[in-house]
Design a protein around this ligand. Structure first.
Ligand code: ADP
Ligand code: CDP
Length: 274
């Protein structure tokens, strides 16, 4: 159920399908926004583990699609390199297809909507309102430091593109955050703290999903895995103990044998002397 979903094989899916996906199915969507490097991907991974969401990263979906070799792929690649926002038509298609493929109704959408065009396109096609928007707020100098250390081989993690992405964030994404603030939907968190501290605050925001966490499959799986690990450990201990006893017993037998030889020699020498 939870987990990160890879990019769909193709962005070309039937537009009519979206209506039925989203009108028919009640998705619980949380948008995760914040400057580049604010820890969206990092915190989403934690939320997936704790609350059973599926994590869809708009950036990851676009990066995967950019490698398709298609004309759209080349266009995406060029836009990512420049830190520009890809046309919503492309991104929304990828997101909706991934939502459909996830088989989960709890979806985290990371790095989207990045601008008003993204927001309106998603609203019009998916016709779903987010439960809330998680906003990871972090000062720019810290973001810059993190991105330059990210080391994931991303073409856009160079100082020139990073600065362009900051500009896009301020000019295009902050207005989206303001829009949702007016609707009372923004949950703002100080993302400059350590990963663990940020997650403590994130947990509070997601506490409405806590009940479902109890019924989420993961703890059951953990118990099964834990039980299997315990059995392995016990078997290993028994095997080790057997091996140790075997060596203790053979050691004792060998000592008895040596004593027997010595005693026999002693008796022989003693009887010869007599
Ligand atoms: N709270 C944090 N403190 C320090 N480094 C962090 C924190 N959160 C994430 N990072 C690191 O910063 C970099 C960017 O994080 P990432 O989750 O990829 O951000 P985003 O998805 O918002 O671009 C990664 O190298 C990550 O390990
Ligand atoms: N909704 C989106 C999200 C990302 N993108 C593109 O993907 C790039 C990387 O986004 P990302 O969310 O993976 O990474 P960060 O910039 O947040 O670190 C952005 O700079 C945009 O070029 C987009 O065009 N539209």
């Amino acid at each position: 159920m939870g987990g990160r979903v890879d990019a769909p094989s193709s962005a070309n899916i039937n537009k009519d399908a979206y209506g039925s996906i989203c009108n028919g199915k009640v998705f619980k969507i949380v948008f995760v926004l914040g400057g580049p490097g604010s820890g969206k991907g990092t915190q989403c991974a934690n939320i997936v583990r704790h609350f059973g969401f599926t994590h869809l990263s708009a950036g990851d979906l676009l990066r995967a699609e950019s490698k398709s070799g298609s004309e759209t792929g080349i266009m995406i690649e060029n836009m990512l390199r420049e830190g520009m926002i890809v046309p919503s038509e492309v991104t929304v298609k990828l997101l909706l297809q991934a939502m459909l493929e996830s088989g989960n109704d709890k979806i985290l959408i990371d790095g989207f909507p990045r601008n008003e065009e993204n927001r309106v396109a998603f609203e019009n096609i998916a016709k779903v309102e987010p439960e809330f928007v998680l906003f990871l707020d972090c000062p720019q100098d810290e973001l810059e430091r993190r991105l330059l250390n990210r080391n994931q081989g991303r073409d856009d993690d160079n100082i020139e593109t990073i600065r362009k992405r900051f500009k896009v964030f301020i000019e295009s994404t902050l207005p989206v955050i303001e829009f949702y603030t007016m609707k009372g939907k923004v949950r703002k968190i100080d993302a400059s703290k350590s990963v663990g501290e940020v997650f403590e605050d994130v947990k509070v925001v997601f506490s409405q999903f806590e009940v479902e966490e109890a019924t989420f499959e993961k703890p059951k799986m953990n118990r099964i895995v834990g039980f299997e690990l315990m059995m392995c450990l016990i078997k290993r201990l028994i095997r080790d103990a057997e091996r140790k006893w075997r060596s203790i017993l053979s050691g004792m037998a060998y000592t008895c044998y040596l004593l027997y030889i010595c005693a026999r020699e002693f008796v022989e020498i003693y009887s010869e002397a007599l």
